[in-house]
Design a protein around this ligand. Structure first.
Ligand SMILES: NC(=O)c1ccc[n+]([C@@H]2O[C@H](COP(=O)([O-])OP(=O)(O)OC[C@H]3O[C@@H](n4cnc5c(N)ncnc54)[C@H](OP(=O)(O)O)[C@@H]3O)[C@@H](O)[C@H]2O)c1
Length: 474
């Protein structure tokens, strides 16, 4: 029997399409699924697309792989992943590679990588973005793991990834959990992008009284400029959709409670640990949470609100476009800060410009905008914040008047825009010469003797607040 170049175990939507993508690129692919009928179905339906080597059990699957073995796991994230890793590891030999392409938490990936390294196995936690279609036609791929595993896996993963201007949307992100961390932040940014789009839609619809299909035209127009991206493109499609059964706009027949699988929450939790203010992602995650409390919303429905009248519609569309772009710059700047902080914390040595490069195609947040982020890091790899890049600083300066008008209009007419507002507060906070954090430090010293530093000399100090109120070195 000819041995397979690479294997995929877990043949639900993602695994099946990834296996087909590999086969279409000429690799002989070992395939396995816990429930064998899925494997049979794949070979029956798509066997003509390339070489598949099916196995009924994991032992057969491992035996059908060339050495060093390369096995990709695409099973439900969580306990299932641990179970499959344990079974595979028991069958593998030193030098073999186990790739987890599921949405694992990066801390789990770090733990699994360390455990398998002890046994001489490579564990490669890999972010894969692009959903079902991306897996088949070319996803954005974010592999972590050792440099040695990248040598054996990199060419295959780059081959099957999306390409933009001929450049693969796949690089070796960094060791252990780096790939899954970057995928997590990608998803967090995706939350933020969608929230800002939703706020734009909501504010324009409420303020101007226009229909979703009219707004589809606005988004289509926006997609020709700075905002050109997959999410803006599909927003126009969704807004234009009409429900066949009722003839109503599709957005009006969908229950307005946004769900989440948890990557937004993970991003915010990690940001809290790292001390990075990812306010855009946090607001997006909380906005979903707010939408998911119908009992509270019903109880609050009769609370007083302002009069909706008195909006000047002429400027609002362009103002919202500017606010969306400026807030998006802030959200990405925060996400990139989080990756930089994790890179320092875990010693990953992340190349931030390369992260922007591999998100240009295949994934959900793909956008022209990412070229500008890459250019910013090309110009200065140690940029303290993307907001300081001259191109982005210029865009923010050009947008800020519109941005302020949008936030004040939203506040005045009572339309919640937590994404726009918090992004503007972040922008205003970061650019301030002095922040009221000095008062916070004073209060902390007063009640808890937490000490403070002075602007004019080194060292830590404490005031004897309950005594003579004199300052003493701490
Ligand atoms: N769907 C997406 O757009 C997307 C995008 C990026 C990443 N991902 C990630 O990719 C992975 C696969 O996603 P998916 O949507 O294709 O599948 P899924 O619905 O998350 O998982 C179903 C697959 O997992 C297997 N499985 C579950 N528990 C198992 C266990 N204990 N032992 C062995 N196999 C087990 C199932 O086998 P049986 O057939 O035997 O039940 C089936 O093959 C997930 O981690 C997901 O988060 C998904």
């Amino acid at each position: 029997m000819d041995l397979a170049d690479i294997g995929v175990t877990g043949l639900a939507t993602m695994g099946r399409n990834l296996a087909r993508n590999l086969a279409r690129h000429g690799y002989a692919v070992a395939v396995h699924n816990r429930t064998h009928s899925r494997t049979q179905q794949l070979v029956k339906e798509f066997g003509g697309e390339g070489t598949f080597v099916p196995s009924e059990d994991l032992a057969g699957f491992v035996a059908s792989l060339k050495r060093p073995r390369r096995a990709i796991i695409m099973v439900k994230a969580g306990a299932g992943t641990d179970a499959v890793i344990d079974q595979l590891a028991a069958l593998m030999e030193p030098g073999d590679m186990i790739v987890d392409g599921g949405n694992a938490h990066y801390a789990d990936t770090r733990r699994r990588e360390a455990a398998l390294r002890e046994r001489g196995l490579h564990f490669v936690g890999t972010g894969i973005s692009g959903g079902e279609e991306g897996a088949l036609l070319g996803p954005s791929i974010m592999p972590g793991g050792s440099a040695e595993s990248w040598e054996a896996l990199g060419p295959i993963l780059q081959d099957i990834s999306a390409k933009v201007d001929g450049v693969p949307c796949c690089v070796h992100v960094g060791p252990d959990g780096a790939g899954h961390f970057v995928k997590m932040v990608h998803n967090g940014i995706e939350y933020s992008d969608m929230q800002l789009i939703a706020e734009s839609y909501d504010l324009l619809r409420q303020a101007l009284g226009v229909t979703p299909s009219e707004l589809a035209g606005v988004f289509r127009e926006w997609n020709k400029g700075d905002l050109d991206s997959y999410l803006i493109e599909i927003t126009a499609e969704v807004l234009e959709q009409v429900d066949a059964e009722t003839g109503r706009p599709f957005v009006d027949i969908v229950v307005d409670q946004a769900e989440q699988k948890g990557t937004g929450r993970w991003t915010v939790q990690s940001a809290l640990d790292l001390g990075v203010p990812v306010t855009g992602i946090a607001e997006a995650t909380f906005a979903r949470a707010l939408s998911g409390h119908p009992e509270q919303r019903a109880a609050a429905a009769s609370l007083a609100g302002p009069d909706l009248s008195g909006v000047d519609g002429r400027e609002l569309v362009e103002d919202v476009r500017q606010a969306l772009y400026a807030s998006k710059i802030v959200a990405y700047a925060q996400g990139f800060d989080q990756m930089a902080a994790a890179s320092r914390e875990y010693g990953w040595d992340l190349d931030l410009g390369a992260m922007a490069t591999i998100w240009r195609g295949g994934c959900i947040i793909r956008a022209k905008f990412l070229d500008r982020i890459r250019a910013a890091y090309d110009a200065d790899p140690h940029l303290p914040t993307l907001l300081a890049d001259p191109t982005f600083a210029g865009a923010l300066a050009a947008a800020q008047e519109s941005w302020r008008r949008v936030v004040t209009t939203a506040v005045r007419i009572g339309v919640p825009t937590p994404g726009f507002s918090s992004a503007l507060a972040y922008y205003d906070g970061l650019r301030r010469d002095r922040l009221p954090a000095s008062l916070v430090q004073g209060l902390r010293d007063y009640f808890g003797a937490h000490t403070y530093r002075r602007v004019d000399k080194e060292g830590a100090f404490h005031v004897d607040w309950s005594g003579d109120r004199a300052e003493r070195p701490a």
